[in-house]
Design a binder for this molecule. Sequence first.
Ligand SMILES: CC(C)(COP(=O)(O)OP(=O)(O)OC[C@H]1O[C@@H](n2cnc3c(N)ncnc32)[C@H](O)[C@@H]1OP(=O)(O)O)[C@@H](O)C(=O)NCCC(=O)NCCS
Length: 125
Amino acid sequence: MPVIRQLTMPKDANALGTIFGGVILAQIDQAAAIEAHRHHVGRVVTVAMDSIEFKQPVLIGDLVSYFTTTRKVGRTSVTIDVHVWAQRQFAESGDFIPVTDACVTMVAVDEDCKPIPLNRPQKQG
Ligand SMILES: CC(C)(COP(=O)(O)OP(=O)(O)OC[C@H]1O[C@@H](n2cnc3c(N)ncnc32)[C@H](O)[C@@H]1OP(=O)(O)O)[C@@H](O)C(=O)NCCC(=O)NCCS
């Protein structure tokens, strides 16, 4: 199941009718944070996001889905893969197309933004 699904609106688009890349990046960041909270209750911040290539444009009226998987759990950080798909013209039940993939590293922090150990132990097996 996607952690986020968003129907794109005209306010998110440029003059050509395609969605701003920054809108998708913001959602990738949020999707990674949601996944990170499976490993930590408390504050998490983004320390790194790998280079991103947009394979196909997202258009007004597309339904964009953000899927996450945990790639690596460290001491204070968790690295997450985010996969973004769009359903073209959702209301018309259009095709699903891959939009982009990202790898995001989130760090658990205290109130002073200092790294702290993740507080949800991994389940064995
Ligand atoms: C994230 C932050 C707290 C890390 O502080 P730091 O003193 O560099 O922390 P450390 O060097 O101890 O690293 C902490 C963890 O982050 C990981 N990390 C640090 N830099 C990284 C990078 N560039 N890429 C991937 N992981 C990284 C470390 O491997 C470590 O993970 P581990 O404990 O699981 O092994 C600090 O850099 C920061 O506050 N950055 C700004 C975060 C932010 O505001 N993000 C939103 C942008 S507007």
